[in-house]
Design a protein around this ligand. Structure first.
Ligand SMILES: C[S@@+](CC[C@H](N)C(=O)[O-])C[C@H]1O[C@@H](n2cnc3c(N)ncnc32)[C@H](O)[C@@H]1O
Length: 323
């Protein structure tokens, strides 16, 4: 079942299969499963902690409102699928600047509680600041902790995450630990990106400049945006970590990457600071960057429709229950 999100945030459900690039024979499919070898992968998240506390954290804070508008149709699909109920206790894993935590806290109400968990101090500071304005009176707090290792009390009814669970050095250990934070029968709903080739807002900009900045290799299965993009491997992983009834539903939406009085400038600003394009662009030689920027500008100009630049977003919505 594909969940198509409308730009007004409503969802349409359809029995279509995921796009062929998710399922066709492709070099990524033959890569090792997500579960890393305990010998070859360091079992701590030091690199990610540094990444989200240094450059990336500040960029996500600076673009918080813009990113929340970009992801809005996906957020609505996630929260609708997770269906937080009044009185429930919820953990928002990798909560970042708190958008999903705030939306969820409004639904669980004063008899429930939401805790946003993250390793990024600057993003949590932003979440706390938002709470005083947008979340006054909500039963909501924040925890700076590594969700892979933190000793959660087994009290949550629901784990939720928008793009916050793809970065663990040891995903099997991490999801086993997260399961221990749920009551027996508690449930999870996580939104994760599909393979880069299926995610237009990440792949298309790279394609536009590929003759000056070569396409980077796939990072399918490695800690990062595509860490849980292989739905068969991720379903196995979640089952092995102690969840039952694990499902992966494709969610698709047109995402507004450029908006406002100059949508092309807006799209360039966003893509040059956050997401996979920014990582690749920032590592390129100065001369390649100087050629790539005008190429991308012209490509965005050709994409403007009704005063906006929209590109597709394609995710997996993983759900399951603690055994
Ligand atoms: C792509 S951002 C998403 C943030 C937020 N959920 C959103 O949608 O705006 C990924 C988030 O996961 C957090 N994160 C990464 N590894 C983590 C870990 N081991 N424990 C807790 N948070 C983690 C990062 O600090 C970052 O805030």
């Amino acid at each position: 079942m594909v969940i198509f999100c409308q730009t007004d945030g409503s969802t349409l459900q359809n029995l279509a299969k995921p796009s062929s690039s998710d399922t066709k024979s492709n070099p990524c499919v033959s890569m090792p499963p997500v579960i890393p070898s305990r010998k070859s992968v360091p079992l701590d998240n030091t690199d990610q902690t540094t990444y989200w506390n240094e450059g990336a954290g500040a960029k996500w804070v600076a673009n918080q409102a813009r990113l929340d508008r970009l992801f809005a149709p996906l957020t609505q699909a996630l929260v609708a699928a997770a269906a937080p109920r009044p009185g429930e206790h919820v953990l928002d894993i990798g909560c970042g600047c708190g958008d999903v935590s705030l939306a969820t806290a409004a639904l669980v109400g004063p008899t429930g509680h939401v805790r946003g968990v993250d390793i990024s101090r600057p993003m949590l500071e932003r979440a706390r600041a938002r709470q005083t304005v947008e979340g006054r009176g909500l039963a909501l707090d924040w925890l700076e902790a590594d969700a892979m290792t933190y000793a959660f009390e087994p009290t949550a009814d629901l784990l939720i995450s928008r793009f916050g669970v793809m970065f663990f050095a040891d995903p099997l250990a991490a999801f086993g630990n997260l399961r221990r934070g749920l009551k027996p029968g508690g449930r999870f709903a996580f939104l994760c990106w599909r393979r880069r080739e299926s995610v237009e807002w990440m792949q298309w900009p790279l394609d536009q400049v590929a003759h000056v900045i070569p396409l980077p290799p796939s990072t399918l299965g490695a800690p990062g945006p595509f860490g849980l993009a292989d739905e068969a491997a991720t379903t196995r992983l979640l089952t092995q970590a102690g969840f039952s009834d694990v499902t992966a539903d494709p969610v698709e939406a047109a995402l507004t990457v450029g908006e406002g009085s100059d949508p092309v400038d807006d799209a360039l600003g966003l893509l040059l600071q956050t997401g996979p394009f920014a990582s690749v662009f920032n590592e390129a030689e100065d001369s390649a960057r100087a050629q790539a920027k005008p190429l991308l500008r012209r490509a965005f100009e050709a994409k403007v429709q009704n005063d906006a630049v929209r590109l597709g977003g394609a995710c997996w919505l993983y759900r399951g229950v603690a055994r």
